[in-house]
Design a protein around this ligand. Sequence first.
Ligand SMILES: [Zn+2]
Length: 321
Amino acid sequence: MPSKANSAVQGVGCKLSLSFHAIIEMMNDHLSEDDVRDAIVSGIQLDNPDGDGDKYEKGCIIVIADNKPCHFNVITAWNTTTNNHHSIKDKNYRRNRYERRKKRKDFCSRCEKGVLEGGMYPLEISGKVLGKFEGIGCPYCGMIYFSEKSTPEIRKILAGFKIRPLDPTELLLILLGSSKRPVKGAISLMKASFLLFKEKLGEFDIPVMSPNFIPYYYGPYSFDIDQAIYSLETHGSITITGKRASDKEHFALTDKGIDETNKLYESLPKNLREHLYQWRRGIDEMGNDGILKDVYKKYQSYTIKSKIKDKVLPNWAHKRA
Ligand SMILES: [Zn+2]
C-alpha cells in the first residue's frame, strides 16, 4: 500500500551505504548509486511485509533500505523489468521484528546485537580478501555496508570475474538442487552450506560472496545464510516443513525453485552437478550428528562458542581446540 511520497528535504545530501549484495544486484540490473538515491528521494515509500528495511519504488526501480538519520543503508535494489525473483508474501513476524529493532537506532537492524561501526571492511570472495574498503559494519553478525566512495572500485573488481560471484541465496539453491531429496534439519542445512562454500565450489573455481560464517552456538553459523533461507521461502522457491529446529524440519525446492536452480546450474561448469550429487549422498548419509562431527573436527576455530561441543566431540578432540 503506497503510504507517502518522500519529501525532497529528507534526501538532500543523503548518503548511501551499500551491502555487497546490493552492489552485485545493481550491477546485474545496470543501476547506478544515483538511480537508487533517486528512487529513495523521489519515489514512493511502500510497506515491506517481506522483512528488513523499508521499500522504495520509482518506475521499475525498487530499493530496500534501512533509514538511519541522513543515511540510507541499502540492503538490496533491483529493476523489475529485468528481474522476477520478488513475489512477496506476508511475513508479519519478520516485519514486526524489524520495526522493533529499528527503534534502537544505533543497533544493527539485522541482528540487533551489535552496534554499527565505521571502518575499513574486507571485500571477501571465496574466502579471499580482495581489498579493504570504507564502510560500516556490525561486529556481531558480520553485516557490512560499503560507503559510496568505495563502490566504484568494488564494481571494478567484480567486473573482472568471468562468473558473477554467487550470493548466499544461490549457494543454498545449489545445495538443495544437488539431490532430489530435501535437506533434513536446519543444522545440516547450515553445516552443508558451510562445507559447500569452504570446500566444494573452490574446486570448480566458482566465486562466492563470503557468507560471513562466525563461530556460534552450534559451530559455524551465518546470518547471511539464515536470511537467505527465509528470503527463498518468502519468494516461493523453497518450502520449509516439519518441526522447527529439529532434524524433522525439511528444506525442499518448489517447482519454481527447481526452475531457478536448473538455470543456475546451466551457467556453471557442466560436471559440477554430478560431482555434488555424489558429495550430497555422503552428506545425507552422515546425518545431523555425522556432519556436525565432521565440521567440528576440521574447523575447530568455529566451535569456540559452541554449546554442544561436549556432545559432538569426544573429550580428547575438543581439548585440542
Ligand atoms: Zn548485526
